[in-house]
Each structure stands twice: as structure tokens, then as C-alpha cells.
Design a protein around this ligand. Structure first.
Ligand code: LMR
Length: 393
């Protein structure tokens, strides 16, 4: 049977990483996959994580299964991080393997219980969003997001396209640090989006993969808070890959928010079915690290400082990149990237330029022109700027 198969196309992000690792050129630079590196080019294990692991190693005494919804303490801490003390709101955080796991569990839940719901994704969005929803059997639509040059949010177009959604449809939103554009709505724009969702009876599904990478842990819940004010029900898919640097541990959560406890309990029971049929129950280690850090005041502070350090480094790299490109006299102004938040920016580089950067200069960027700013360092900056300047000649 396998002999009848053609090769599947490589994944537009992780496929590039595979190609990067096989590339023998010593001067290669990877600005494709969204992974943070420090100025030495390493993806570090945070000190708060190391300390939490040390404590866990001492205190852990069983490798028994976790409940389908995961660790109860993790549920408590994730809700605290998202809802900032709004304990009255009926909510539960289900531990999942990564943010992708949360999205897939959410997608299976929606497809099983609300098969007519269409899922609306921003155009552009994270390349894996439409794939996850479609492979769960849901119909995917897209809504307008930014202007043609990817410089700013086009709120009118966004609202206009969401008016086309039918009551009961699901709207996938990026809580902050929009992937791939780096463009987030401001407070007033979030208010208008939330008002439309509530008025049209649309269900927000908020992808929260970069909490703390925008302006701060609490600041980055700006959009979520607006949605919580007006929408009765929400799904939030968190990833702790980036903000805890726990990429390989696969730590995420699907948080359900409802209007009243009975509805929450019903929804949770169906989400657990979706967990059971996917992977039965989640892996413990990464979530135990996160719960340990968030549940300990000192570790929480250490982690917040480390997170601020990552955020500041990315911002510094944005500034340096823009400055160095300007110094090269390239006929393309990159200064708009300074307004962007998080790891990514849609740079405006074309497919042709991206191909040339990879083949001629060993510089890896996603085909859409999305640049992972967190992959830039003081050491690789001049080389990458020279390469980009060369493809403009
Ligand atoms: C990205 O967009 O690069 C990250 O979210 C990693 C991934 O899985 O694609």
C-alpha cells in the first residue's frame, strides 16, 4: 500500500527546519521556526525551570497516569495566569501536549458537538491553524486581517469579513504577538471585535502561544479581557513552549470558559472524550514544571525576569536589524517592524527573495517572508543583513 503513495509536501515551517539541519554550510542562519535563541545562539533552559525540575526530582514518587484533564494544580495556575484573579468566572484549564494539542482537542470537540460550525482564521495566520481544523473535519474560512503591505491592522476589513460568519461559527484569534504578522489590535480595536463576536453569537477560540512576549504577562491579556467582558463562552489554547522555553516538553492547555457551571461541566465532559481518543491523558513533566513555578512566589519572580529578558532581547534585535538595514541603503524600509510584537514580523520579502536567501546565502526564512526576530544575534546580524541587502540588488 505504501508504494502507491506520493510524498506529502514538506511542512512550511518545520520542513524548513529539517532542511536547515541537513544544510552543511557552516555560516547558515535559521530565522524560520519560532524558537527563541539567546545572544550565544543557544535555546537556553531557564534557571526557574532548572530549579523546578530539581524540586520535582526530589519530590516525585510515582509515574502513575494523570487524570484526562491533567494536573489539578496546573488547572488552577493556568486559570490564574489567564483570568488574573477573576475567580468567579466558570472556567477550567485542561492540560494538553503543547498548544497544538490544545488546538486539536478543541477542534475535535467542536467537530463532534458542533459539526456545522465553521472556523474562521485570520488571513494570514499560523500555517498550521487551517490544517489542524480541516484535519478534524471542520470547514475553514478566512477573515481579512491587515492591509496589503502587512504594515497595520485593517479593522474595517476584519469586521466586515466577520459579519459574514453565521451564529455558532468559531473565530480563531491570536491573543497577542500575531503569528505571522506581529500586528495586534489595540484596546479599542479589541473592544470592537469583542462586540461583534458577542452580537453575532460567534465563539472565540483564542490562540495564546506568546503570553509575555508582547508587552508583559498581564498586558498581553488585553484582548482576552475584552472578550471575557462581552462573550459568554470562550476557548483559549495556551502554549508554554516559548514563554517557559519548554518546547520539547510539550506543555499547553485548553481553557474552557462558560456562563454557568453546568454548561462548563457538560463541555468539559466532551473535551475529556476528545482527550481520551487522542492520547488518553497528558504527559506530566512539563506541566509539573509550569505548576511548580507559577505556584511558588520566588520562582514566579525569577521566571518573570527571565521572560522579560527574552522579550527585551527580541526588541533590541528588531531595533538593530532596522538600523543595520538602513545603513546598507536598501530600497525597502523595515522600520515598520518596530511596531510589531513578539517573535515574528512579515518582512515584505517575496517568495523569490526568500528562495534566493536560502539557496545563495544559507539564510532560512518562511516562504511568506515571515522572519523570526528571536533568531537574530549580534553575531549573525551583519551576515544576515548583507544577505538580505544582496537580494534587493
Ligand atoms: C512557529 O510558528 O514557527 C512556531 O509556532 C512553531 C511551529 O510549530 O510552527
Amino acid at each position: 500500500m505504501f508504494e502507491t503513495l506520493d510524498m506529502a509536501p514538506p511542512d512550511s515551517i518545520l520542513g524548513l527546519s529539517e532542511a536547515f539541519h541537513k544544510d552543511p554550510r557552516p555560516h547558515k542562519i535559521n530565522l524560520s521556526v519560532g524558537v527563541f535563541i539567546d545572544d550565544h545562539g543557544r535555546t537556553p533552559i531557564l534557571a526557574s525551570v532548572k530549579e523546578a525540575e530539581r524540586r520535582l526530582l526530589e519530590s516525585e514518587h510515582s509515574k502513575g497516569y494523570l487524570p484526562m484533564a491533567g494536573l489539578p494544580e496546573y488547572d488552577r495556575q493556568v486559570r490564574r495566569l489567564l483570568l488574573d484573579g477573576d475567580t468567579d468566572r466558570p472556567a477550567v484549564a485542561v492540560q494538553t501536549p503543547g498548544g497544538t494539542g490544545a488546538l486539536r482537542v478543541a477542534a475535535d470537540f467542536l467537530q463532534g458537538k458542533f459539526p456545522a460550525a465553521r472556523v474562521w482564521c485570520s488571513h494570514p495566520t499560523w500555517a498550521n491553524h487551517p490544517n489542524i481544523f480541516a484535519s478534524a473535519g471542520l470547514t475553514v474560512q478566512r477573515y481579512d486581517y491587515c492591509d496589503a503591505a502587512h504594515r497595520q491592522l485593517d479593522l474595517d476589513a476584519l469586521l466586515k469579513s466577520l459579519e459574514q460568519a453565521a451564529p455558532g461559527d468559531v473565530i480563531c484569534l491570536h491573543a497577542c504577538c500575531h503569528n505571522p504578522t506581529g500586528i495586534d489590535p489595540d484596546e479599542d480595536q479589541w473592544r470592537q471585535i469583542a462586540e461583534l463576536l458577542s452580537r453575532r453569537r460567534l465563539l472565540p477560540l483564542v490562540d495564546f502561544a506568546y503570553q509575555g512576549f508582547g508587552d508583559g504577562l498581564l498586558e498581553d491579556t488585553l484582548g482576552l479581557r475584552e472578550l471575557l467582558k462581552t462573550c459568554d463562552e470562550l476557548l483559549v489554547c495556551s502554549s508554554f513552549s516559548k514563554n517557559f522555553g519548554l518546547y520539547s516538553e510539550r506543555v499547553g492547555a485548553l481553557t474552557l470558559v462558560a456562563r454557568e457551571p453546568h454548561a462548563l461541566a457538560s463541555a468539559l465532559s466532551h473535551v475529556k472524550t476528545s482527550v481520551r481518543t487522542n492520547y488518553s491523558n497528558p504527559p506530566r513533566h512539563g506541566a509539573a514544571i509550569v505548576a511548580t513555578i507559577l505556584g511558588d512566589e520566588d520562582l514566579h519572580h525569577v521566571w518573570q525576569r527571565e521572560l522579560a529578558g527574552m522579550r527585551d532581547r527580541i526588541h533590541d534585535m528588531r531595533r538593530l536589524f532596522i538600523e543595520r538595514m538602513r545603513a546598507r541603503g536598501v530600497p525597502h524600509d523595515f522600520s515598520f517592524m518596530l511596531q510589531h510584537r513578539g517573535m515574528f514580523s512579515l518582512s515584505g520579502l517575496t517568495h523569490l527573495q526568500v528562495d534566493e536567501l536560502r539557496s545563495q546565502h544559507a539564510l532560512y526564512i518562511v516562504g511568506s517572508g515571515r522572519i523570526n526576530v528571536a533568531g537574530m544575534t549580534h553575531d549573525n546580524m551583519d551576515r544576515l543583513c548583507d544577505a538580505i541587502a544582496a537580494v534587493f540588488k
